[in-house]
Each structure stands twice: as structure tokens, then as C-alpha cells.
Design a protein around this ligand. Structure first.
Ligand code: ARG
Length: 586
């Protein structure tokens, strides 16, 4: 199953070789969408110098060698040497028939690879912030897309569930009691729980004379030591604490409709038993050395101010391990145990240096073979209206659940206005689908490494490049079929592409498979988002200009219903890969 552009590529390539000689066999034909035709071939301009001819002459030679019988109706040289191609309608219709007959809508099934994807990764007893929201949403979309392309995706939720703060968190939990309202904060407002523990710790530590405010700090430190020594009772408390945080994460995931479950948890603590061996091995291989009491890896080219080498610290002077140590463990485990062909880390952009040092170290240690590609899918910041990192007015980081509730409320207000005829529970369902969809789409429709301003009103709008706008197309097509009591899945009439908007919609539908494959290669869901937005626009133009139910002839009506049904299928499949729901009505 191929799109017109992909089908055309080898034909143009062979024409270039015929026209210019065998040296040009692998030349890029430079196919681009065109304003004036279906495709523009720009190769003549790119190759003119090497061919030693003016571009227009090169273009002429390529055109003479092109064999596009049955594929293109017109082939024209224009301007300085562009070649404009217009597809034959019959050829397009035949390609579209293939897509229509394919239950995968033209999306290729690729050779299956093992692909661990590290995403979401919030920290225990801390509120998930909008940054975590974004890695969760982008990561989930990549997981869905790569799975759809046939890969064995292994979700890895590397939660922060270990480290020194756990001493104070456990002590605080013990003091307030596991069934207390204070402990319940772990599930409803984790930051408040964390802050309460932190305040107690700081107060005790700073009290003069020390001890006058109790010994919470001393107990907390002792608790860390017990935790690290594997004291069973302490481990049990730790377990309870993590369990409550998991309940909070799962609440967020189910609200968002994210595919992560408890089975995907692979937090920092899972690697505890690997860390000593990692350090030993790096030391014995001569890759790690002691510096100021800490075990460090120094890598060439990693220098800070005044050319001072920046170390990757893998064991602190107090014997504790670091974020870097656990990430060495993650890459080793994902390669050797999970058999990864590629490994994705969907994590904030500021961690780029960290990953690059970890992977370089892993390569040298022999844990990361050359044919395994680790990828840092960098996530950019979400900004407030003041263009600073999004926070609440009081400056505290924003509560994620509150934000999601607000999105659903806004969507609800919209639905209440637009569809007062629907019953209460239907309106609640739709409000949830589009409120959440709006937030997710905002993350997915911009490049994952760019910053963007979080603006709920813009996100839930029914117009513009928004989730609800795309969902509205789904709802509208469904309502056409509801109106006439037809099943969209039963429409398979021959496709006629007589009118320009029909033809444009058809051509766009042919590109779905390529764009999904591209997302799998580039890890850029915004390409799929952009494709779906254009599809929605192409559909609207078609729907405004080509009457469906009132079409002049029966076969035109059948063809248009089939186009509607195919648009619905592609839109639903695409939205599903983005992780957006497809409402029945809106
Ligand atoms: N918990 C970390 C944070 O909140 C993200 C972890 C990402 N994954 C990893 N393997 N380091 O920043």
C-alpha cells in the first residue's frame, strides 16, 4: 500500500538515471507538494550543476524520460526548471480503492522491533506537573503509534521512588498515621504531603539548640539508613507510601486515558540491586575513578566553566548512588534483558546532557552496542501566559488534576450551550472526551521539544487547530450516517473523484500510511496531528461543496458516503494513535 508520492519516487528516479546517466541513479528526486499541480519535482534544480546543464534543460530531459502513462495526466516544465505533475484521476481512484479495502487504512505493518519507551516517570509523593503531563501524553502517543506499526512496545514508567527524601516521607507518614486525612493527601494533593514533611524536617534541623523542636530530622536520617539496609519494617512503610502515590498516578492516567498500568512500573528502586555491580564494573574497566571521595566517570568533551571536566558521579562520597547510576542500569537492562532494538526516553529537554553522558559511558562499558539506538525525545517547557514556566498565581507548581478538571468544565460549558437537547450523562461524557482531548492535542500538535503557552480557552475552542475541531469532524460524519440510518462500516461503493474538493480529500486520505510511518521514524506525533488537521479541513471543504445525501446521482451519493466513511475511519485511527477519543456526537 503506497501513497502517490511514494509510488512516484522510483519512476522519477529511473527517469533521472535515463536522462543524466548512471551516476545519478541514487539522486533524490525532490518531490514536493505543489500549489499548481499534485506534485512538483525539483530535482532538475538540485542536479543542474553536477549535470553541467541549465536546470530547464535537465528538466526537459527528465520529462522526456518519464514514463507516467496512466499515472499522470499532465507533465509540465515551469519556471526555472520545476516539473509539475498532475495525477490521473483513475489512478488515484485505484490507489484509494486499495486503501479503502485495507483495514489498516494504508498504514504499513513494519518488521517488529523491541522498543522500550520510558515516559511519564513522575516522582513519588510529589505532584505530577505539566512537564510530566507532556512526557506522559507524547510518550503514550508514541507507544500507541509504534505498536500500531507492528512493534513490540515495552512501556517503562521510571518513577522516582527512591532516594534520601524517603526517610522524611516515611517518618511523616508514620506520625500522621496511614489512615489519617494527612496521609490521604498522597492521593489527592501529594505536594501538600511532601511540603508538610519537608517543613517538619527543616524546622527540626534548624532549631537552636538542636533538638528543641524534636528529633524529626534525626529520625528521618536514621530511616534512610534503614531503608537502604533493607530493614523489613521500613521497606513495608516505603511500600505503603509508594502504593498511595501509585493510586494518585493511576487516577491521573485514567482521567487522561493513558495506556500505562501498574505492570509498566519500573521505577528507580527496581534497579537497586544492580547499582553496586555497575560501579564495580566501570571501575574495573578503568572507566570510573575516585575524585574527592566520589566515584566518577570523566568523558572527553564534557567540560564546564573554564574547561573543567564535568563528571558523571555514580557513587557519592557517602556511598549513595545517583540518578546517573540508575540510568546506567536502565540502559543496560533495556538492551540486555529486554532485547531492545531502539530505546526511547521521553524526558524533559534539560536532561539532554545527563543522557548523553550516560549513553556514552554505557557504550564504552559495552552495555550499549552500536546497532542499538537510544533516543532522547526531548520535551519542551509548558509556559504560562507570562511566558514563564507554568505555575499557579501563588507560585506553587500547578495541580494537574485541578487543571484537567478545569478543562473538562470549560468543555462542559461549551456543550451545555451547543447541545442543550442532549441528556445530562451524555453531555458529561462528551465534555470529558473533548476537555481531555483538548489538553492532549495541545501537547501533540506542537513539536515536542518546543515551548508553548498553556491556554485552556484556546485549546477547547471548536475552531482552529484544536482537538475538539478534529473530534467535531468525527461527530459530524457520524451524524450524517445516523440521519439516514446507515452503518458507516458498510459503505464500500466505487469512488468517483469528479469534483475538485472530492479529489483533494481523496489525495489527502492516501497519505495517512506514510505519515504514521514517519511518526514512527521521527518520534514526532505533531506530524500526525498536522495531517489530521489538514484532513479535517479537506473534509470540511468537501462537505460544504459536494452535497452527500442530496447528490445528483445515486452512484455519486454512494461514492460520497464511502468517502465520508473512509474519512471517519482514518480520523478515528489517527485520533486513537494520538490518544484522543472519538465522540459519538457533539
Ligand atoms: N523522574 C524523573 C523526573 O521527574 C524523570 C525520569 C525519566 N526517566 C529516566 N530514565 N531518567 O525528572
Amino acid at each position: 500500500m503506497v501513497s502517490p508520492l511514494v509510488a512516484l519516487t522510483p519512476k522519477v528516479q529511473s527517469a533521472i538515471a535515463t536522462a543524466l546517466g548512471d551516476d545519478f541513479r541514487d539522486a533524490d528526486p525532490v518531490l514536493r507538494p505543489s500549489q499548481f499541480a499534485d506534485v512538483q519535482v525539483n530535482a532538475a534544480l538540485a542536479l543542474a550543476k553536477k549535470a553541467g546543464m541549465p536546470p530547464r534543460e535537465v528538466a526537459g530531459k527528465i520529462v522526456d524520460a518519464l514514463d507516467l502513462d496512466g499515472v499522470c495526466d499532465t507533465v509540465e516544465v515551469s519556471g526555472p526548471g520545476f516539473i509539475n505533475l498532475t495525477f490521473a484521476d483513475a489512478w488515484l481512484a485505484s490507489l484509494l480503492r486499495e486503501v479503502e479495502a485495507d483495514e489498516r487504512n494504508g498504514v504499513p505493518l513494519q518488521q517488529s522491533e523491541n522498543i522500550p519507551i520510558d515516559y511519564s516517570a513522575p516522582n513519588v509523593a510529589k505532584e505530577m506537573h505539566v512537564g510530566h503531563l507532556r512526557t506522559t501524553i507524547v510518550g503514550d502517543s508514541l507507544a500507541r503509534t509504534l505498536e500500531h506499526l507492528g512493534h513490540n512496545v515495552i512501556r517503562q514508567n521510571h518513577i522516582g521512588d527512591w532516594g534520601t527524601p524517603f526517610g522524611m516521607l516515611i517518618e511523616h507518614l508514620l506520625e500522621v498515621g496511614e489512615d489519617s486525612p494527612e496521609a490521604e493527601l498522597l492521593v489527592s494533593n501529594p505536594n501538600a504531603f511532601y511540603q508538610a514533611a519537608r517543613t517538619k524536617f527543616d524546622t527540626a534541623e534548624k532549631a537552636e539548640p538542636h533538638g528543641s523542636a524534636g528529633d524529626f530530622d534525626v529520625r528521618s536520617r536514621a530511616r534512610v539508613v534503614k531503608l537502604q539496609a533493607g530493614d523489613p519494617e521500613t521497606l513495608q512503610h516505603w511500600h505503603d507510601l509508594v502504593g498511595m502515590s501509585k493510586a494518585y498516578f493511576n487516577k491521573v492516567y485514567s482521567t487522561l486515558g493513558v495506556t500505562l498500568t501498574d505492570d509498566d512500573l519500573a521505577g528507580e528502586s527496581t534497579y537497586n540491586d544492580h547499582l553496586a555491580a555497575i560501579c564495580d564494573e566501570l571501575e574495573s574497566k578503568g572507566l570510573a575513578t575516585m575524585s574527592d571521595g566520589a566515584l566518577c566517570v570523566f568523558l572527553e568533551g564534557y567540560t564546564g566553566r573554564e574547561g573543567k571536566p564535568v563528571p558523571l558521579i555514580i557513587r557519592k562520597s557517602d556511598g549513595g548512588y545517583n540518578y546517573g547510576t540508575t540510568d546506567l542500569a536502565t540502559i543496560r537492562y533495556r538492551v540486555s534483558t529486554l532485547g531492545a532494538h531502539r530505546v526511547l526516553y521521553v524526558v524533559g529537554a534539560p536532561q539532554a546532557l545527563h543522557f548523553s553522558m550516560v549513553w556514552e559511558t554505557a557504550r564504552r562499558a559495552g552495555w550499549l552496542p552500536d546497532d542499538v539506538e537510544p533516543v532522547h525525545v526531548q520535551i519542551g517547557n509548558v509556559l504560562g501566559e507570562d511566558r514563564k514556566i507554568l505555575r499557579t498565581r501563588s507560585g506553587a507548581s500547578l495541580r494537574l488534576m485541578a487543571l484537567l478538571e478545569e478543562a473538562v468544565d470549560k468543555a462542559r460549558a461549551l456543550i451545555d450551550t451547543n447541545r442543550p437537547d442532549l441528556d445530562e450523562s451524555t453531555r458529561a461524557t462528551i465534555a470529558r472526551q473533548i476537555g481531555i482531548g483538548a489538553v492532549k492535542y495541545a501537547d501533540l500538535s506542537v513539536a515536542h521539544d518546543s515551548e508553548y503557552v498553556f491556554d485552556l480557552d484556546r485549546m477547547v475552542a471548536l475552531t482552529g487547530n484544536t482537538g475538539p475541531y478534529l473530534q467535531y469532524v468525527v461527530a459530524r460524519i457520524r451524524s450524517i450516517f445516523r440521519q439516514v440510518g446507515l452503518d458507516p462500516t458498510a459503505q464500500h461503493a466505487p469512488l468517483l473523484l469528479g469534483e475538485a474538493p472530492e479529489r483533494a480529500l481523496g489525495v489527502h486520505l492516501l497519505g495517512f500510511g506514510d505519515v504514521v510511518a514517519e511518526v514512527g521514524d521521527t518520534y514526532e506525533p505533531h506530524r500526525l496531528a498536522a495531517y489530521l488537521f489538514e484532513l479535517a479541513q479537506a473534509f470540511s471543504a468537501f462537505y460544504e461543496n459536494c452535497p452527500v445525501l442530496k447528490a445528483e446521482r445515486d452512484e455519486v451519493k454512494e461514492s460520497r458516503l464511502t468517502l465520508c466513511a473512509l474519512t471517519l475511519r482514518v480520523m478515528r485511527a489517527g485520533l486513537d494513535m494520538l490518544g484522543l477519543e472519538s465522540p459519538e456526537q457533539m
